[in-house]
Design a protein around this ligand. Structure first.
Ligand SMILES: Nc1ncnc2c1ncn2[C@@H]1O[C@H](COP(=O)(O)OP(=O)(O)OP(=O)(O)O)[C@@H](O)[C@H]1O
Length: 284
């Protein structure tokens, strides 16, 4: 578990992180809108940056192993003219942990065998991201910090990477993933932190998060032309097209809904709960 106490970060007079207190355990997903402070928080946990005076990050290591942190920054673009193998070898050496068998294991785990001799600048976004996570595992970390694992990836690459992260989770004490994609968090994480404007809006399990916004979520089948009217009643979180004119819409609202023939109460799901939290519909 990683305990974060009174963490603040001020950059040029702006409070980017505002007194965060968190207990991160298992696979934690940090989610929030653009500019919420996720990357800044990840950098501080990875010890790349420091919090303001009085901020504490405590690694509650359950084993006798020394603390080793693996980190994938949001923008991982290094050594464009080196091959995948050369990058892994170089970074392992720099981390003081060159082990060719482990590099081969990571190449296999991340399905990189066909790219071993390709230059970094020749890789697709998905392959690049896989190399990024592989390099974060070079020092056999017990804490893994991955900033936006699926940034810019297509849906198939996203699914592959999520599966790999689940596989890795058995080998490390804690994984912390930040994302602005609800799917990343919903499918991988057992502990969720929602931050906005550097402040905590929620911390807990998926079921606890969903519980917070129960009785706020509804579904209705309406004419496409009526979508704007629904926008006045609540916040639309999902639209499924039924025909050229009809759509099934899921929305959240705190306003009392009388017509339960038209508007049926439904489970909010992760996305509904997340939007409720950001819209201040539920009390954190
Ligand atoms: N070095 C810096 N100097 C000035 N402002 C910064 C710096 N680093 C971050 N910020 C500001 O802090 C805020 C939070 O940035 P951060 O990158 O941590 O957010 P984020 O939640 O990761 O956003 P995104 O999802 O867009 O990546 C933003 O308003 C950003 O402009």
């Amino acid at each position: 578990m990683i305990t974060i106490k009174n963490l603040s970060k001020t950059i040029r007079g702006n409070k980017i992180i505002d007194n965060l207190n968190l207990k991160l355990k298992g696979i934690t997903g940090i989610i929030g809108p653009n500019g919420a402070g996720k990357s800044t928080l990840m950098k501080i946990i990875a010890s790349v940056e420091k919090g303001d005076k009085g901020s504490e990050i405590i690694f509650n290591n359950t084993s006798n192993e020394p603390i080793r942190i693996g980190y994938l920054p949001q923008n991982f673009s290094i050594y464009p003219n080196l091959t995948v193998y050369e990058v892994l070898k170089l970074l392992a050496t720099l981390k003081g942990n060159f082990d060719s068998a482990h590099i081969e294991y990571l190449i296999e785990l991340f399905n990189l065998a066909n790219y071993k001799n390709k230059k970094m600048k020749e890789l697709s976004g998905g392959t690049h991201r896989r190399v990024g996570i592989a390099q974060a595992l070079l020092n056999k970390p017990n804490y893994l910090i991955i900033d936006e694992p699926t940034a810019g990836l297509d849906i198939i690459e996203c699914i592959k990477l999520r599966n790999i992260l689940l596989t890795i989770s058995e080998k490390v004490e804690d994984i912390i993933i930040s994302s602005h994609l609800p799917e990343d968090i919903e499918y991988i994480c057992n502990h969720i932190v929602v931050i906005e404007k550097g402040q905590k809006r929620f911390e807990g399990s998926l079921s606890e998060m969903i519980q917070r916004s129960e009785n706020l979520s509804y579904e209705a089948t309406i004419e496409l032309n009526d979508l704007q009217k629904l926008n006045v009643i609540g916040e639309i979180v999902k639209i499924d097209k039924i025909s050229d004119k009809l759509v099934k819409v899921k929305f959240i609202t705190r306003k009392p809904i009388a017509d339960h023939q038209l508007y049926k109460p439904v489970q909010p799901g992760f996305l509904g709960s997340y939007v409720s939290l950001l819209k201040g519909e539920v009390v954190p």
